[in-house]
Design a protein around this ligand. Sequence first.
Ligand code: ARG
Length: 348
Amino acid sequence: MNYDEIHSFLTIYEQETKQSKGYADARLAEIKAKGDYWQTTDELTHAARVAWRNSNKCIGRLFWQSLHVFDERKTLTHDTIFERLVHHINFATNGGKIRPTITVFHPERVRIWNEQLVRYAGYDTADGIIGDPASVAFTKTCIDLGWQPKYGRFDVLPLVIQVNGTLPRLYDVPPACVLEVPMTHPTNEQFANLGLRWYAVPMISNMKLDGAGVEYPAAPFNGWYMGTEIGARNFADVDRYNQLPAVAKLFGLDTSTQTTLWQDRALVELNVAVLHSFKTHGVSIVDHHNAAQQFKLFEQAEEKDDRAVTGNWAWLVPPMAGATTHIYHKPYKNHYFTPNYFYQKKPY
Ligand code: ARG
């Protein structure tokens, strides 16, 4: 155990949550005596929130203090873990008024194989890829584990839950729990014919919460979407749903040369449709201009509290209209502090 790291987090915890003076020292002595660091639910809650605050790639960090934390470290059977994941999905979705939420499972004994709790399958077929190309490897794993492929473009993958390093079990997410938004455009009625849809809540389940001294490999968390994640990446990337050519056709754009900027125009229409559709369905979403303004408020709040703002410029700049945001015009130090969220090796 890294006692320095534990102590520095406990000091942050003591100060920021107004514990009585000496809390960190007393806790450290207790942890050393026990040879084991089991965070209190309150420490875990603060660690998960500070981990969000320290997430350099995230433009949405203004809201770090509002993260809802569910402590499920003692939930240790497949069925009960599944039940708590469904609870997370329902609580976070909240009928469209999305709540930032994390559910933390046991530090050693649980692993969720999904990249997100709700994500679409991708099938590599003789006629090309159907669905989300980003999910091809994981979808194959699910099929190998006994899942029945459906070969649709937007099939929700099963939850793959592993306990104690044994063979994982698969569970279907109850369809009634999965809020989805069909894509329409505010002025082009033909847009709906593209048949595009996306799920309401991005719930990342493959990252590890590093709680500064304890690591939680199974700790699914979510915020709400920024429109460009869907409109400028998931639908637009050539190696994802690759919809720019279809959108360009729908809007009658001249695609004979890229110099007409048809890709840029199609991107704008696609992103207008994403924001419009989420709004129409009463599902929380933020556009990149408002997100950048909120990030500026976060930077100001951090400065006021005497903390250095860290960030990863390449991730913070939105994938459209980058230079219209203040983020584009200033440098960020990409220093990592713990607590934080980290990538980890795929279990499959
Ligand atoms: N970019 C990912 C996606 O499109 C989601 C990442 C987390 N996003 C968020 N707004 N919290 O599914």
